[in-house]
Design a protein. Structure first.
Length: 116
């Protein structure tokens, strides 16, 4: 069974930085497209950033230039470095693992709150 465990969520002031991590078990992330998604209260879950098995990346327009997704295949982890955080970045952030075929898997989420 795939396990994705997120960590690093916290309360941070506007303009601050955070680093989220996702530790994957029972899969080899080098064969997956890994992603970070977020869901704010009353809103739909949305893609934040993805990184393919070839390390190609894509970002939501709202986070381009501020967030960076990376992965460590040897450690089977994916990270999201978030800079210049804004109150509108407040959400639960979820890690997602998408195989080439079939359904993907989700982590349990980690809360990020940006507030003064």
């Amino acid at each position: 069974q795939v396990q994705l465990v997120e960590s690093g969520g916290d309360l941070v002031q506007p303009g601050g930085s955070l680093r989220l991590s996702c530790a994957a078990s029972n899969i080899d992330i080098s064969a997956y497209t890994m992603g970070w998604y977020r869901q704010a209260p009353g809103k739909q879950r949305e893609m934040v950033a993805i990184i393919t098995q070839y390390s190609n990346t894509d970002y939501a327009d709202a986070v381009k230039g501020r967030f960076t997704i990376s992965k460590d295949n040897a450690k089977n982890t994916v990270s999201l470095h978030m800079n210049s955080l804004k109150p509108e970045d407040t959400a639960v952030y979820y890690c997602h693992a998408q195989p080439r075929y079939g359904l993907g898997d989700w982590g349990q989420g980690t809360q990020v709150t940006v507030s003064s």
